[in-house]
Design a protein around this ligand. Structure first.
Ligand code: C2E
Ligand code: MG
Ligand code: MG
Ligand code: MG
Length: 285
């Protein structure tokens, strides 16, 4: 860790880093307890079809209700969960919970409802090691096709050794759709997309943030949308926070969008209330 700055520049372990390391150790201990104690819960952020205003998708986002520290966001524990491989049982719990929720919403909200879950590359690699079991796991509990969208990142596509492309194709055969999350932040190029069986490209919110003022970001979004469409993929824009961003993206032909402008991620009951309100009056509050 001390050589991360590159070259011959060594940085020593500072009190601050010490504190950081201790905090990670404590959290990884707590994470073990969290799994046993069922301290995780999911929030769901609506994904709006920008052309029709329909809401037929939600992204499931994990939160940790820590007994002392309160609610901890995923960025503060997913990394530790990956390092300790606890991401595997956590990911299984997310998958199972999201599918159950989706099945309920297919009855109460819409027959075609879909839930997207985020999948860490570490989880993907662990599945690969288990060989034949992983396909059974993903189809387990999935009673209908296309209930689930698995969100992966460009980081995974760079992994040349795990037969990523072949396995994503098997996901699709098993009725699981694939979304490429945070697109544009990694190292893969637009032309890279064609090598992988992907259903949705998610434009990272860093390209949406300054859409109103940055002609470069606008050009980028337009290019991503055009390229994705020409490859038969749909586009989801992340982090829409204003009416103006929404309208620019809609005019560019972007298929779906999510962001605080529509709604923050919500607990299941609040999610249902939001969708019912939206269906009556599809205007952001
Ligand atoms: P992500 O998959 O890119 O999820 C989108 C993140 O952006 C979420 O943060 C969401 O709350 C936030 N967001 C949504 N709309 C807006 C907006 O308009 N403005 C801003 N500023 N932010 C917005 P969250 O829930 O804190 O999750 C962060 C990341 O943690 C996720 O990024 C994902 O990479 C990871 N994550 C979340 N849940 C899971 C999980 O169950 N498993 C795994 N492996 N990773 C997860
Ligand atoms: Mg995501
Ligand atoms: Mg994202
Ligand atoms: Mg993101």
């Amino acid at each position: 860790a001390s050589k991360q700055k590159g070259g011959n520049c060594f940085t020593y372990f500072t009190p601050r880093m010490q504190e950081h390391a201790e905090n990670r150790m404590l959290l990884s201990h707590d994470l073990h307890m969290a799994i046993k104690g069922q301290q995780f819960f999911l929030e769901y952020q609506p994904v709006v079809n920008l052309q029709s205003n329909a809401v037929l998708k939600a992204e499931a986002l994990i939160r940790w209700q820590h007994p002392v520290k309160g609610v901890i966001p995923p960025m503060e524990f997913i990394g530790i969960a990956e390092d300790t491989l606890l991401i595997v049982p956590i990911g299984e719990w997310v998958f199972k919970t999201a599918i159950e929720q989706c099945r309920a919403w297919r009855e109460s909200l819409h027959a075609d409802f879909q839930v997207a879950i985020n999948k860490s590359p570490v989880q993907f690699a662990a599945e690969y090691k288990k060989q034949q079991d992983w396909l059974k796991d993903i189809s387990n509990g999935m009673t209908e096709r296309n209930m689930v969208v698995v969100e992966i990142t460009e980081r995974l596509l760079m992994d040349a050794n795990s037969q990523v492309s072949e396995r994503l194709a098997l996901y699709q055969q098993a009725g699981v759709q694939v979304a490429l999350d945070d697109f544009g932040t990694g190292y893969s190029s637009l032309s890279y997309l064609k090598k992988f069986p992907i259903d949705y490209v998610k434009i990272d919110r860093s390209f949406v943030r300054e859409l109103e003022t940055s002609s470069e970001d606008a050009a980028l979004c337009r290019a991503i949308i055009m390229m994705a469409h020409s490859l038969g993929m749909q586009v989801i824009a992340e982090g829409i926070e204003s009416q103006c961003q929404l309208e620019i993206l809609r005019d560019m032909g972007c298929d779906h969008g999510q962001g605080f402008y529509f709604s923050r991620p919500l607990r299941p009951d609040d999610f249902v209330a939001w969708v019912q309100q939206w269906q009556q009056h599809p205007v952001a509050q």
